[in-house]
Each structure stands twice: as C-alpha cells, then as structure tokens.
Design a binder for this molecule. Structure first.
Ligand SMILES: [Fe+2]
Length: 300
C-alpha cells in the first residue's frame, strides 16, 4: 500500500470522528448521527419492534445474478463469484452462525467482499476481522478471496484482513485466468465517504481484451467507471434500505447517485452492475422489510 495513500486515509479517518459524516447527499455532524441512532433504537425497543428487527436481520436470502457479457463469452461461462457486502461483522446478533452455514452451501470460484466489515465507524477493527475470517474457516476458493474497504473500515485493518487470507485491493487489480480468457479483478478504496478511489490506477495492467470487473464499496462512481472502460461493477453500501416500509420501500437510500443503482442488477451504457443489499446492518443491528443478502454471480 503506498504510504501517501495510507497517510491520507488515516487523516480523513481522524476527520470523520471529529467532524461530519456523509449520509447520501448530506454531511451531518457525527454526534448528531449517533444521537439519532440512539433515539431510534429507544423507540424500537419501546414499541416492541426490536426483537423482530434482530430476527429479520438474520433471514438471509441467496440471490443469483446471471452475467452475460460479450468479453466473458466462452472462457468465463459458468464462472461463479460469491459476493458478500456490508457484513458489519461484530454487529451480527448470532455471531455469524447462520451466515456461516449459508455460505458453506454455495460453491464458487472466487469470493469478493465489497467493504464495511466493521459495525462501528471508529475504534479497533480486530473483532470485525476475526469474525469475518471465521465465516470462511475451512473454505477455499480456487481464485481466492478479495475485498475493498468501505466507509466503516479503517486502512489499519488491511494487514489484519490480509493475514486472514483476504487480499484487499486498494486501487489495484489482479489477473485471473480461465479458459483462455483473462478477468481483470480490480478494486478501489471507498468512494462514498473517503473519496480515495482511483479507477485508472486499479485498471493499470489490464489488457484491452480482458473483462474488467471492478469492486467498489458503493455505486456512487458507477457512471465514472463506465466511462473508464469497466465491464462489470459490483458493490453494496445501501443495505437495500435496511429499515424499510412494508413492501421493501426504503426510507433513505444513502447514495449520491440515482436510485436506479440502489439494489440488485442495473446497467450503465454497456457496463453491467449489481448492488448487493448487504449481509449485515449498521447503526442499529436490525432490519425491517429488507432481507440481508448473499449473492452468487454466474457468467453465462
Ligand atoms: Fe454498510
């Protein structure tokens, strides 16, 4: 990791806890966000909805997403990418037991994690990394496990994640060979709060004919990525709303781009994208009318 990037990230991480937090289009003082969440949690407990929300946050849905892209034809056919996002691991109320069981039943060639390992936005990330690593204990993926950082993660967690066998892509990419084709698997640093993403740098080394797959924490830079030649864009961040009205109608999208990119599959020009609804919950460990998600992307 370049020292300059690390230093800049640390400087902004310090700024987060003393200044304002980005929530969609708004920047609000960190202390206001904490007070709002405390108040909401109290109301949910008073109204008896708390336990229901905790249970719903463990009701995982496995969603299959088929990718049909001209660059992947033939060689990548049948290639399976297990995608988890927004684990917010130390906030999972059953310690990850149900999620671990579900993951074990899903074969994949590679696993990708699109950020937000940590429940809290500050403090030590050790517990989050330990719990994340425990989800994959005894599991192996032919092409490994790759990750990007989210707005809840500290750059200090990178060495811990990598020690646990999770390779973090901080504005960089790696080549994955399959069936005579090459997939360029790239990742950028958090584009939502820290804004330290560098798509061009992540694509350095990719050949024109490679299928370029970008991992980013949020869909905020999807239009920019399409303009830079990315073919497939995988992300998370919005949690499918996390706290929704009946029918899954989100109260807040928490994005700086159109709601078109909010959840599930979408396209931007020729780029194919997918926004995971996330496996975890942040702010409060509850979800309402918004199932947590495990995604398996399969190339056709
Ligand atoms: Fe998140």
């Amino acid at each position: 990791m370049p020292v300059r990037h690390r230093d800049l990230r640390l400087e902004r991480e310090h700024g987060l806890t003393t200044g304002k937090i980005t929530f969609g289009y708004w920047n609000i003082p960190f202390s206001w966000a904490e007070a709002f969440l405390d108040g909401t949690g109290t109301v949910l407990r008073w109204t008896g909805l708390w336990q229901w929300g905790l249970r719903h946050a463990l009701e995982y849905r496995v969603r299959e997403h088929r990718i049909r892209h001209e660059r992947g034809k033939g060689g990548l056919s049948g290639y399976r990418i297990l995608h988890l996002s927004d684990l917010h691991a130390e906030g999972i109320s059953d310690g990850g037991r149900s999620l671990r069981e579900r993951i074990r039943a899903i074969p994949a060639d590679v696993c990708v994690l699109t950020g937000d390992f940590r429940y809290h936005e500050k403090g030590d990330g050790t517990a989050a990394v330990r719990l994340t690593a425990s989800l994959f204990e005894g599991l192996t993926y032919k092409h490994g496990i790759y990750a990007v950082l989210g707005n809840h993660d500290s750059v200090r967690m990178v060495p811990q994640l990598e020690s646990a066998g999770i390779r973090v892509l901080l504005n960089e990419g790696v080549a994955v060979e399959r069936g005579g084709l090459r997939l360029w698997l790239a990742g950028v640093d958090d584009p939502h709060y820290y804004r330290l993403h560098d798509i061009d740098r992540a694509l350095e080394g990719a050949r024109p004919e490679d299928l370029k797959l970008l991992l980013a924490h949020s869909p905020d830079i999807a239009p920019e990525a399409a303009g830079r030649g990315v073919d497939v864009y995988l992300c998370g961040h919005a949690h499918g709303g996390q706290i929704c009205l009946p029918g899954g109608v989100p109260i807040i999208a928490n994005l700086r781009v159109s709601r078109k990119y909010f959840a599930g599959p979408w396209t931007h020009d020729r780029m194919i994208g997918y926004t995971s609804r996330g496996s975890g919950a942040s702010g409060l460990p509850v979800r309402y009318f918004s199932h947590p998600e495990i995604t398996i992307h399969i190339f056709e």
